[in-house]
Design a protein around this ligand. Structure first.
Ligand code: FAD
Ligand code: NAP
Length: 439
């Protein structure tokens, strides 16, 4: 058993309650947390009503199971009896019922693409659809004779050089594979996970650590600025997935590890919540252990930086993570940039991530101003205090020039971000001038 108190879990501010992509989550009844669900699936209870049998399900049969207490859903050709899961579903029963008795793959992909349903619902598996829908063959796993891969991030191109086994001219180039010459939207490809090895773990604050993971050999993973990935770990036999935003190894070039070649390593700043589900498990990993890392997701567009003059960053707690790459990029790659201002909200001084790096960077580059705001300062604090508010923002968000091109990025606990966006609208920032980070 994990030491997770079940009372009022997930906590009011837990990511398990947090709205993602505008989707609202419903309050779960007591005893209906993700951990409670895992416990139920391990209890040996017959959750499908089929006593462990797997059956072939016809479309007609599937359609019949469309009620709350008898609800089957097909996802990617597999049929699940989701009735026992209804009360545990963070999106609520109504959301699940939208797919009752039908193929819910598309609906699922719209909101949950990253959720590891195979693992979460394995005890609810009824069987396969009788007519198996065409499944795309995954060629990524096939061995590739790749000699060299070069990623040119700035232009978004990848050059792949393939090695010929023999130095002769080929009579023909083989047969095109399925999906050759076709473009599959990323949303339809499913998330791909690779196992990465924990290389180092370093304390950054009392509860936040810098994790360095090494990609598997010959793997290239370029996470675009402002995007996140999902980390996956087995927790008591169930695969749990949570989103995290990769950062650079440091804010300052002199702090960067010179021995580590680029693109082989991926860094994360992760806060450990002692009563959380995922982070304590992550924290228990030893150097050399593995964690699965997904392909990137997110809707931040680097084109937002074009001709940008004023950049304002509002971050709370680990909401600072997307700002790391943004800061690095803005200060080195946007020639038009005149000013970057970061307002960083934390509870206490001890919670401030990379405070001295931020101060050094601001000292080195006069375009950067950093302001720390504390909601619960414990010592003599001469800086700003409180929460995000109209007074704080109106003073902070002064444009350099009346008509300068501005972008405000905001990230933190969801209520912080939502309140911030409302305040920004009140201060006449347009939709295009605001980017809020959410899942
Ligand atoms: P949870 O189980 O979700 O718990 C979170 C909170 O609830 C904690 O305060 C915990 O103490 C409390 N809690 C848990 N159980 C109980 C209980 N029984 N009773 C009372 N309270 C309880 N985080 C980072 O650190 N770094 C990142 O780079 C990062 N990037 C993110 C990117 C995106 C797009 C999103 C949406 C989130 C990101 N997060 C990031 C947050 C991250 O995904 C997780 O939500 C976070 O790590 C907490 O996970 P957890 O499972 O450990 O905690
Ligand atoms: P935290 O330490 O609990 O809070 C940081 C600051 O925000 C504190 O000053 C806190 O004030 C304030 N705050 C909290 N809730 C608020 C609210 N409702 N209104 C106004 N201010 C509020 O933060 P954390 O534990 O690091 O959490 C960071 C959050 O950022 C997580 O929810 C994480 O999921 C999210 N995140 C999102 C992304 C993304 O979407 N891309 C990336 C990284 C992190 P108090 O003292 O009053 O609590």
């Amino acid at each position: 058993m994990l030491n997770v108190p079940s009372q009022s879990f997930p906590a009011p501010r837990s990511q398990q309650r947090v709205a993602s992509g505008g989707r609202s989550k419903v309050p779960l009844k007591q005893g209906r947390s993700l951990m409670d669900w895992i416990r139920l699936t391990k209890s040996g209870k017959d959750l499908t009503g089929l006593k462990g049998r797997l059956i072939e399900v016809t479309e007609e049969e599937l359609k019949k199971h469309n009620k709350k207490d008898d609800c089957w859903i097909c996802i990617r050709g597999f049929v699940y009896n989701v009735s026992p899961y209804m009360e545990y579903h963070p999106g609520g029963e109504d959301e699940l019922m939208r797919a009752a008795g039908s193929d819910g793959t598309e609906l699922f992909d719209q909101v949950h693409r990253w959720v590891n349903y195979e693992s979460m619902l394995k005890e609810c598996l009824v069987g396969r659809m009788a007519i198996k829908p065409a499944v795309l063959k995954d060629y990524r796993e096939e061995e590739k004779k790749v000699l060299n891969v070069r990623v040119v991030e700035s232009v978004g191109k990848i050059e792949i050089v393939l090695q010929k086994k023999e130095n002769t001219s080929w009579d023909f180039l083989g047969h095109p594979l399925k999906n050759h010459n076709s473009l599959i939207p990323r949303k339809d490809t499913g998330l791909y996970y690779r196992k990465c090895q924990l290389i180092s773990k370093e304390d950054v604050t009392h509860d936040t650590r810098l994790f360095c993971l090494m990609l598997p050999p010959s793997t290239h993973l370029q996470v675009p600025i402002g995007q996140h990935v999902y980390l996956k770990l087995p927790i008591t036999g169930t695969e749990i997935v949570k989103p995290y935003t990769p950062v650079s190894g440091s804010l300052l070039s002199e702090f960067k590890e010179p021995v580590l070649p680029n693109n082989k390593y991926i860094y994360f700043l992760i806060k450990i919540y002692p009563t959380g589900l995922f982070t304590p498990e992550l924290d228990r990993l030893q150097i050399g252990d593995f964690v699965s890392v997904s392909s990137p997701e997110g809707n931040f567009k680097i084109s937002k930086f074009q001709e940008l003059e004023d950049l304002f960053l509002l971050a709370a707690g680990t909401g600072f993570t997307p700002m790391v790459k943004i800061l690095n990029y803005a200060l080195t790659d946007i020639p038009s940039l005149r000013k970057v201002k970061l307002m960083f909200f934390n509870k206490t001084e001890d919670d401030i991530i990379w405070r001295s790096q931020l101060e050094k960077l601001a000292f080195k580059d006069k375009r950067l101003d950093v302001e720390f705001v504390l909601s619960a300062p414990i010592s003599e604090w001469n800086g700003k205090q409180g929460h995000i508010s109209p007074a704080l923002l109106s003073e902070f968000l002064k444009r350099n020039l009346d008509k300068s091109k501005v972008l405000v990025c905001i990230c933190g606990p969801v209520p912080f971000t939502e309140q911030g966006v409302r305040l920004l609208h009140d201060l006449n920032f347009s939709k295009n001038e605001i980017h809020s980070f959410t899942a």
